[in-house]
Structures are given as structure tokens and as C-alpha cells.
Design a protein around this ligand. Structure first.
Ligand code: MN
Length: 231
């Protein structure tokens, strides 16, 4: 088979302790999955999990120990950070039960669900899709993937983000409304998961704007620190 032009390169993420990289298939994101963040966005009460997607090539993979560059996107004056635990799927499947979900996980990483909040809010008001607010180029920074066996107790780990050395977000993964296994159960009922899928599991409270020149440093205990400069 030949292509009419060279296919785009496969986006990939480094893996801690391995030379091979994790090839990205799809990026799924969970909306409003921490109660205090749901409240700050104007919502209360437990609702079924809901999902949106980003293009696979929206990843900005930051190499171990490096500071990545995050280009400030067009069309916005309100670029928000959302620090998130990212689940990397190693074994696909559909209708996966929560009790069976963990064996589908390759590993975990620290990610940022960058958001053009002004555009997202406009789309919400008009009942239109969120794509322009969420799925823009370079909207999915991510650090190296730690294989699950080396990741420690991710389900209870601290999650945090600092901008220019000052705390913006600080919580624990234990505060997730829908935990990792439940999220995989719901997601795999709607889509057949594939090896290479990334799931951004939602952000805790404290989201806010960044501007060019800001240094973002975020982490999940056991998964290292993700560091990016907005350029
Ligand atoms: Mn998010």
C-alpha cells in the first residue's frame, strides 16, 4: 500500500526506564471529576461521568528531567491549567467491568488538560461542542509514563500544580468522584478502548489562567514532576 503523501508521525510519550516509547492512539478526558472543581465550575451533585476528546497529536510529551515548551494558543485571552492524573491503556477492550479494569492499564503519567476557558464557556452557553476550547493544538502536555507496577498507590496520591512556584491546585487522587476503574468501565461502554489510549481523569479545584513566560510545575506523587514554560 502507498499513501498519497507521507502519513503524519505517530505521537508518542517516553516511558520511565525504557527505551521504547508509548504510541498514542486516542486521548479521552473526563469532565468535572472532582467535587470541589465541579463546584467552582458551578455544578453540584454526583452526575454520571462524561467525556470529551483531544486529537492524539495534541500531546506535548516532556522528556524526563526536561522543561517543555507550551505554545500560548490563538483566539484566547483565558488559557487555563488543569492538572490531571493520566491513565495509559495497554490492553484494549469494550464493556470492561470496574473489577477487571486495572489489568488494562499500562501505566500512569502527569498531564495538563489545557483549556481555552473563554471559548469553552462561549460554546457551553450556546450548547455547542467544546472542541475549540479543549481540543486545540498542544492542549495535552504530558510527562513520562510510569509503568503501573512501579507507580505506587496512585489512587491515593497527592496531585498538585504550581505556577511560578506558587500553589494553584493541591488535592489527592482519592477525591476523584469516579475512580480510575469506574471511569474505565463507563468509557469502555461507549468506545472500544485500544492500546495507546490515554485517559485524562479530571482536575481538582484551583484551575486558573496562565500567560506567556509562566512556569508550570505539576505532579502526582510517585509519577514525577511535569514542568513546562508557556511561550
Ligand atoms: Mn480536565
Amino acid at each position: 500500500m502507498s499513501h498519497a503523501f507521507p502519513p503524519a508521525p505517530i505521537p508518542s510519550v517516553p516511558i520511565v526506564g525504557r527505551a521504547e516509547r508509548f504510541p498514542v492512539h486516542r486521548i479521552y478526558c473526563v469532565g468535572r471529576n472532582y467535587e470541589e472543581h465541579a463546584k467552582e465550575m458551578g455544578f453540584t451533585g454526583r452526575e454520571p461521568p462524561f467525556f470529551f476528546m483531544k486529537p492524539a497529536d495534541a500531546v506535548v510529551a516532556v522528556e524526563p528531567g526536561q522543561t517543555g515548551e507550551l505554545p500560548y494558543p490563538s483566539l484566547t485571552a483565558n488559557l487555563h491549567h488543569e492538572i490531571e492524573l493520566v491513565v495509559a491503556i495497554g490492553q484494549g477492550g469494550k464493556n470492561i467491568k470496574a473489577a477487571d479494569a486495572l489489568r488494562h492499564i499500562y501505566g500512569y503519567a502527569v498531564g495538563l488538560d489545557m483549556t481555552r476557558r473563554d471559548l469553552q464557556n462561549d460554546m457551553k452557553k450556546q450548547g455547542r461542542p467544546w472542541c475549540i476550547g479543549k481540543g486545540f493544538d498542544a492542549s495535552a502536555p504530558i510527562g513520562p509514563i510510569t509503568p503501573a507496577a512501579q507507580a505506587g498507590d496512585v489512587a491515593r496520591a497527592a496531585i498538585w500544580l504550581q505556577v511560578n512556584g506558587t500553589d494553584r491546585q493541591r488535592s489527592t487522587v482519592a477525591q476523584l468522584i469516579w475512580n480510575i476503574a469506574e471511569t474505565i468501565e463507563h468509557l469502555s461502554a461507549a468506545w472500544e478502548l485500544q492500546p495507546g489510549d490515554l485517559i485524562y481523569t479530571g482536575t481538582p479545584e484551583g484551575v486558573g489562567a496562565v500567560v506567556r513566560g509562566d512556569l508550570l510545575e505539576g505532579g502526582v506523587d510517585g509519577l514525577g514532576t511535569l514542568r513546562l514554560r508557556v511561550v
